[in-house]
Design a protein around this ligand. Structure first.
Ligand SMILES: [Fe+2]
Length: 361
């Protein structure tokens, strides 16, 4: 017997536009469809060498800022090289994520089902439950800053956040490495926009983040027939996302110039960086939040392999206020508390009662 097709699979982003807190004109299907899709094979995602920032003196910082800013203002995705994070760490991470999801039982994982902490929905997202608007073929887990033992909470207990020992210590290394990149990236973006590069230094010191482990199991026959995508088309809610390159392809970015999807194939050891809604809001639409999704790998030979990704979304703490940066023209947006902004958008994914309407958390 054939199952009735899940209506959510044919949904488009504009069905949910009432939740958006920045202007988004683009129209796209949440899931990668079979025939109607168009791919952009011409446009290249730019690479930016971060060693210019770290070792290139004032000129290097200036050059990196221009290159990064232009890429962010265009496609909104960039491949970072020269970032200084050991690529061996990323290779180990793929292994660790697979172990994490395979060596724990569903029952163990369900004890940590995601709940709102401040702005962030932290914890476990079962298969097909990453959002309520599309049955994504992925299991995920979000850890925010409080889930890591980084010496800021004397009452910290690992078992409060992690279903098995050993993983926190490993992933903490990655989070701390990525934390070193946050200020250089933001300072470069602010420099490109003509603002004081240090305007966000305080807000981004020990700031909150959402570090996500995504485990996409091998694609079976039923999954293929369902038409569901691995991860729905979306824009990140954050300032920017730091995403190490994955060994199994599938990430696609929407080119808003021609409304075709670009398949990313970044080199091993590189980091993909993209802008999100917070950035679009404070940059007065100069740096748009970028639409992306995860489809099936190009080669069917990879359907039998799991796919792993570990994006880190950079936020400010929920009581901060998001204001359009100075010198970027007449503000198109009112100041808004981060928690209101964040949860109004994400109630699209988690239900209307997720939204926090007061400025308190
Ligand atoms: Fe994303």
């Amino acid at each position: 017997m054939k199952h009735a097709k899940d209506k959510r699979i044919s949904a488009v982003n504009q069905d949910f536009s009432r939740y958006d807190q920045v202007k988004k004109d683009q129209l796209y299907h949440l899931a990668e469809g079979a025939d109607e899709e168009q791919f952009d094979t011409e446009t290249e995602i730019k690479s930016c060498d971060m060693s210019l920032f770290f070792h290139g003196g004032e000129d290097g910082k200036q050059q990196f800022a221009q290159e990064l800013g232009q890429a962010m203002a265009g496609i909104g995705f960039v491949v970072l090289t020269g970032h200084g994070v050991d690529p061996a760490l990323y290779r180990q991470a793929e292994q660790k994520v697979c172990e994490f999801f395979k060596n724990t039982t569903l029952e163990q994982r369900l004890k940590y089902k995601a709940e709102r902490h401040g702005s962030v929905n932290q914890g476990y997202f079962p298969m097909k439950e990453t959002t309520i608007i599309h049955p994504d073929l992925v299991e995920g887990w979000v850890f925010c800053r409080r889930a890591f033992n980084i010496g800021e909470n004397p009452a910290y207990r690992e078992e409060e956040f992690w279903p098995a020992p050993g993983y926190e210590a490993f992933f903490r290394k990655i989070v701390l490495e990525h934390e070193k990149l946050i200020l250089p990236i933001m300072q470069s973006i602010l420099r490109y926009l003509g603002c004081d590069p240090h305007l966000y230094d305080d807000k981004f010191t020990k700031t909150n983040f959402g570090f996500r482990l995504n485990y996409y199991p091998p694609i079976g026959k039923q999954d293929l027939e369902s038409g569901a995508g691995r991860m729905l088309g979306h824009e990140d809610v954050d300032f920017f996302t730091i995403l190490p390159a994955q060994s199994v392809d599938g990430l696609q970015v929407l080119n808003r110039e021609n409304m075709k999807w670009i398949r990313l194939s970044p080199p091993d050891g590189s980091i993909i960086l993209n802008t999100g809604d917070y950035m679009q809001r404070i940059s007065n639409d100069r740096l748009p939040s970028t639409t992306h999704r995860v489809g099936k790998p190009v080669s069917k030979a990879l359907f039998g392999k799991p796919r792993v990704s570990i994006p880190m979304a950079v936020y400010v703490w929920e009581e901060e206020v998001l204001e359009v940066l100075p010198g970027l023209g007449e503000p198109k947006y009112e100041p808004i508390s981060a928690v209101k902004f964040h949860t109004r958008i994400t109630s699209k994914y988690y239900g209307d009662d997720y939204a926090v309407d007061s400025d308190r958390t």
